[in-house]
Design a protein around this ligand. Structure first.
Ligand code: SF4
Length: 500
């Protein structure tokens, strides 16, 4: 790699260049700046730039100026507007409110993140009183949009409470007029036609897990006395059919499925993609294992080096791009999150990949027992006996106390990439994000050490892959990648309640 420090300084004058970071990608040099603008230079161009040999008026000087790398050519007003737009999530407040309606679950997964309980353990069901207090706090959020996400355990195991939360929140929201949405994360095995009718009528988005083709899925997700894969697939098809019967566009309205990448799937990138496409899914989120829940206990059989994950990611995404070229519209979600920031000034507000991160200020998790955490990951750590991320209790905490809690303030600082050693100098700083809960679990500190962080390795590897694609400047690939960044409104899922 070129070492800028070893290069001669421009003789007798200040450098015209604005602050930038750089990294070698595919033999070229990638430069990025604070505004998220980027440019590829050849090694020779980069050396000329560093030596002060790029004169004003030259083609290279103008190219750099057009991307805001020349200090005197930056329009401060425009730069401020762009930065305000990129960081507008800071004006909101927590929009994601995770409600753990029970710990009971009918499946046991090798990597379970959710600290599950057996189906008989009804003492882990959230009570209506705790549910109402959770909704009351959620609606006090300063965010104009609120998503209540039903999690577990398996939320369908406590369906009466799910219904109670939906109906209570809709009534209460008449006074607040928030843009209200409901999402459920379910393995679908406890679904029936009555529950489905209710969920469809109440516009609840449904999200499930698919970990690969049948044999691999069933190895990760064990349904006692049944076949987890067949249950999921049966209901995915049935729900998608129900959306179509309502006249909804299947491109926008379909069951979202999430992948947890375990060692078992690493040799089958194409089979994974084909499975998702055959199920009618338009997005595949190639998420690595994380260290929460049981994942650490079962790491010996499920974990893998992150270099192997990145090989798998590249093979699967190359194949997704191939399918797109042949006319199948499907995207890789991790890539789409980064690309939205790389190719434009919007931030998709994905809470784990933003700076500062979403713990507390972007999301809150309400445990079945009334405890409140900065995130669902923090809640999972709480289940292992460490309440570091607990910031209150629905019975006693006020919204103000939650938002000004010292843990929330510490996490906001620790997830600010401009305050993180390594991230502050990283070329991918404008597009990246870190999760303090991950650092805490992996390194014992909310700050973590990015050089040893598996999360950083994943983020860096994916951005290397994406920038290498952009470096090649293939018009067909560029068009596909740009299409992945389009945020399409799914207004059907927004509730009709509004301020009276
Ligand atoms: S997490 Fe890693 S890739 Fe992301 S900005 Fe920090 S150092 Fe760079």
């Amino acid at each position: 790699m070129i070492e800028l420090r070893k290069l001669a300084k421009r003789p007798g004058g200040a450098s015209p260049w604005a602050a930038f970071r750089y990294r070698e990608v595919g033999g070229s040099v990638l430069l990025t700046n604070h505004l998220g603008d980027w440019v590829f230079l050849s090694q020779e161009e980069f050396l000329a730039m560093a030596r002060g040999e790029v004169g004003e008026g030259s083609a290279l000087y103008d190219r750099l100026a057009s991307k805001n790398f020349v200090r005197d050519r930056i329009d401060p007003e425009q730069a401020a507007d762009r930065m305000r737009r990129k960081k507008r999530f800071l004006d909101y407040g927590p929009n994601l409110h995770v409600m753990v309606v029970t710990l009971r679950c009918n499946e046991s997964c090798v990597y379970c993140h959710a600290a599950r309980a057996d189906m008989t353990e009804t003492q882990t069901d959230m009570t209506p009183e705790i549910a109402e207090k959770s909704v009351d706090l959620a609606l006090q959020s300063t965010s104009p949009s609120i998503t209540i996400e039903f999690q577990g355990g398996e939320p369908l195991a406590n369906f009466p409470l799910v219904k109670h939360i939906i109906e209570y929140a809709m009534v209460k929201n008449r006074a607040y007029g928030k843009r209200l949405e409901f999402t459920m994360v379910s393995n679908l095995a406890l679904m029936d036609e009555d529950k489905l009718r209710y969920l469809i009528e109440h516009k609840v988005q449904i999200c499930t897990s698919i970990d690969g083709p049948e044999a691999i899925h069933n190895k990760q997700r064990i349904l006692a006395g049944g076949n987890a894969w067949r249950e999921s697939v049966r209901w995915i098809k049935r729900i998608n059919e129900a959306y179509q019967q309502l006249g909804l566009d299947p491109v926008l309205y379909h069951v979202e499925a999430l992948l947890t990448t375990t060692r078992a799937i690493l040799d089958y990138p194409r089979e994974l993609v084909d499975t998702y496409v055959d199920l009618g899914c338009r997005a595949i989120f190639i998420r690595p294992l994380d260290p929460f829940g049981w994942a650490q206990k079962t790491a010996r059989t499920t974990e893998y080096p992150r270099a192997r994950y990145l090989d798998f990611y590249r093979q699967a995404t190359d194949y997704i791009l191939e399918l797109n070229k042949q006319g199948t519209q499907v995207l890789e979600r991790f890539g789409a999150i980064f690309l939205t920031k790389i190719l434009g000034d919007d931030d998709p507000n994905f809470l784990d990949v933003r700076s500062p991160g979403g713990a507390g200020i972007g999301q809150i998790a309400y445990s079945y027992d009334g405890k409140i955490y900065t995130s669902d990951e923090g809640r999972m750590l709480g289940k292992t006996g460490d309440d570091f991320f607990c910031i209150g209790d629905v019975h006693t905490s006020t919204y103000r106390q939650l938002m000004t809690h010292e843990t929330v303030r510490a996490l906001t600082l620790a997830s600010n990439l401009d305050a993180q050693p390594d991230c502050v100098n990283c070329t991918y700083n404008p597009y990246c994000g870190i999760v303090p809960e991950h650092n805490y679990r992996s390194h014992g500190s909310i700050w973590g050490r990015m050089r040893e962080s598996s999360m950083c390795a994943v983020h860096k590897g994916i951005q290397d892959y994406l920038f290498d694609l952009l470096r090649r400047d293939d018009p067909q690939i560029n068009e596909i990648l740009r299409r992945w960044t389009t945020i399409r409104e799914r207004s059907h899922f927004v509730q009709e309640s509004s301020a009276s």
